[in-house]
Ligand binder design. Structure first.
Ligand code: 9MR
Length: 579
């Protein structure tokens, strides 16, 4: 039987049920998927239809139901990740601001808005404010933490003024059970620990967004305690992380892998967690992530020396010391020592080629010193970055600074490799029936997608080719609603968003609405045991997502996923506002 016939019979059955139950006709289902946050009036506008096998669709005005546009549909394509046949509904021609929904074969989408301006401004602000809400060692005040009437203030958590040196990190100068002070930083995720490796990719995304769109970020007010001090707010927020990171460097230049308790605390508020905290291990990966961040920081804060005296120079010095430590200790792998059970962020690649590439790239951009450029091995494979594979982070930074770099060296290898990365992502997105660049759904799939979207955004800014902008937008759409789960994956945005994230604060606060601006990890079929396989809606990779607290494998939040989402939101808003 044709899918359309099955749908018609199902539709008829649904119609009878609705008439019996008094439900409104055309009840919303998730066959018709839109960007729930909205669309810019002058931008491309696409929705995704699943298993509809339809030939046309309508855009209807939300209140009146009037049809404002009728569009034709091409034949669908099967997407193996969701096991659905997908059609792209293009309604770019609808440009009049207003509230609409898509209607097709008796199915309707969530409502969405078309606007002339500020479509993603609030999203861009709150995906960054999420980092403020994540701050360790400080009280979170109502005046900065209230959203749509909900107050997410909380008392100060984790002073971290007494962090014990764990046996795995002890030296003669800092022996076991001696302690250091290491306050500030952002909690990593749904847990309250801090990990240098994951700070790396997170800091990079925010730093690069700022460097790619400086005008946008210089005028973006986040309403955080430091707002108005003369520093762009994004740099104010990032400084909270930097202040902590300086504490993670030992006197020998080496960098502790993480600051954590020995095990995860229960689902309590930060101020209730009284487990002892430790500096655990040192590693080549931590040293090189640290070196890269500090090299970036040195150039970011250089223009603001009157506001942050000496910060730029101090960051460069810390970066170089960590770099030298890594050269002298090039294969110190980290794995959890006995008795430590928090996140590992271990790296099986014992050569750390990708970490060396990234740190050398940032040091080269910041200093112009050719010895760092000479370390860059462009024969490496450059793929979507993750916390464990970071060479593309260096490549992105090099590409963004290529005009400056061209004064020092030949930029051909940078262009060749960056273009290759961008083309690969573009093709992955363009040929995907759901128009999203993802190879495999794994833990943190949304973070990978957001990172890929961000790279496509950079590609557009660097090469000014519209195809990259289109791919960036369809990737963004996926995260905000054109995906098989029916969720806008950022909390408090769109119509249907996650409410029960795997996050200690969220659970302990117990509010009926979650904190805003958090991107959940997303579909991942590999760890369904966390809530029980039977509770997941589907075992299809792209549909394997569950909005329950137990689902740490699909519904946790983490800095390395939020940062590219914030970056992507900012880049989209900047690009769309410019035209
Ligand atoms: O994001 C990490 C993912 O890639 C790993 O597969 C997973 C298991 O090691 O850990 C994830 O990171 C978690 C970290 O270890 C501890 N804080 C929460 C992080 C997000 O789940």
């Amino acid at each position: 039987m044709r899918v359309a016939n099955v749908k018609k019979s199902l539709g008829l059955l649904l119609l009878c049920l609705m008439m019996l139950g008094g439900m409104p006709l055309n009840a919303q289902s998730n066959f018709v998927r839109v960007n729930q946050v909205g669309y810019y009036a002058h931008s491309t506008k696409q929705a995704i239809l699943a298993n509809m096998d339809a030939t046309e669709f309508e855009v209807r005005e939300q209140v009146s139901g009037d049809v404002v546009y009728r569009g034709e549909l091409k034949e669908g394509k099967h997407w193996k990740q969701s096991n659905e046949t997908l059609q792209v509904a293009d309604f770019t021609k609808v440009t009049k601001p207003g509230k609409y929904y898509i209607h097709c074969l008796n199915e309707k989408s969530h409502p969405f808005e078309i606007k002339e301006q500020d479509v993603f401004k609030s999203l861009s602000v709150w995906t960054l404010k999420a980092f403020y809400l994540w701050r360790a060692s400080t009280e979170i005040k109502s005046e900065y933490a209230t959203f749509n009437g909900y107050d997410y203030s909380r008392p100060k958590g984790h002073a971290d003024d007494t962090v014990y040196i764990h046996a795995s990190a002890a030296t003669s100068k800092r022996p076991i059970e001696s302690f250091v002070s290491a306050p500030r930083g952002w909690y990593d995720a749904g847990d309250y620990n801090l990990y240098v490796v994951n700070a790396g990719i997170s800091f990079h995304a925010l730093a690069l967004a700022y460097e790619a769109c400086p005008e946008y970020y210089k005028s973006l007010n986040l309403n955080i305690p430091e707002s108005g001090n003369g520093l762009p707010d994004i740099l104010n927020e990032m400084k909270w992380e930097l202040d902590w990171l300086f504490n993670m460097q030992d006197e020998d230049g080496g960098v502790y892998h993480k600051l954590t308790s020995l095990r995860f605390c229960s689902m309590i508020m930060p101020e209730k967690d009284d487990l002892d905290r430790y500096m655990v291990g040192k590693s080549t990966a931590a040293a090189l992530n640290f070196s890269a961040i500090m090299a970036m920081a040195s150039r970011l804060y250089k223009d603001y020396d009157t506001i942050c005296p000496g910060l730029s120079a101090r960051a460069l010095d810390a970066s170089v010391r960590a770099w030298k430590w890594a050269l002298a200790n090039p294969n110190v792998h980290f794995s959890n020592p006995e008795g430590v059970r928090t996140g590992e962020y271990g790296d099986r690649d014992r050569l750390f080629d990708d970490e060396f590439f990234w740190a050398a790239s940032e040091l080269f951009i910041t200093t112009g010193d050719k010895k760092y450029f000479e370390r860059l091995d462009f024969m490496q494979i450059f793929d979507s970055p993750t916390w464990v594979t970071v060479n593309s982070l260096g490549l992105m930074s090099l590409a963004l600074h290529k005009e400056q770099i061209a004064k020092w060296v030949d930029t051909d290898p940078i262009d060749r490799k960056f273009k290759g990365l961008c083309e690969g992502l573009y093709n992955m997105c363009h040929y995907c029936p759901n128009l999203v660049p993802i190879k495999k759904f794994e833990w943190g799939s949304n973070g990978v997608i957001a990172s890929n979207g961000m790279i496509l955004g950079l590609a557009y800014l660097v090469y000014n080719q519209d195809k990259y902008k289109e791919a960036m937008l369809s990737t963004f759409n996926y995260l905000l609603g054109t995906n098989p789960t029916d969720y806008c994956f950022v909390t408090r945005f769109g119509t249907r968003y996650p409410k029960n994230m795997h996050d200690r604060r969220t659970t302990a606060m117990g509010k009926d609405e979650p904190m805003p601006g958090y991107l959940v990890g997303g579909a991942n079929p590999a760890q369904v045991a966390d809530c029980g396989k039977q509770n997941y809606p589907s075992s299809q990779p792209a549909r394997c997502y569950l909005d329950r607290m137990c689902s740490y494998s699909t519904n946790e939040i983490a800095i390395n996923w939020n940062a590219p989402m914030a970056a992507l939101s900012g880049i989209v808003e900047y690009v769309m506002e410019k035209k």
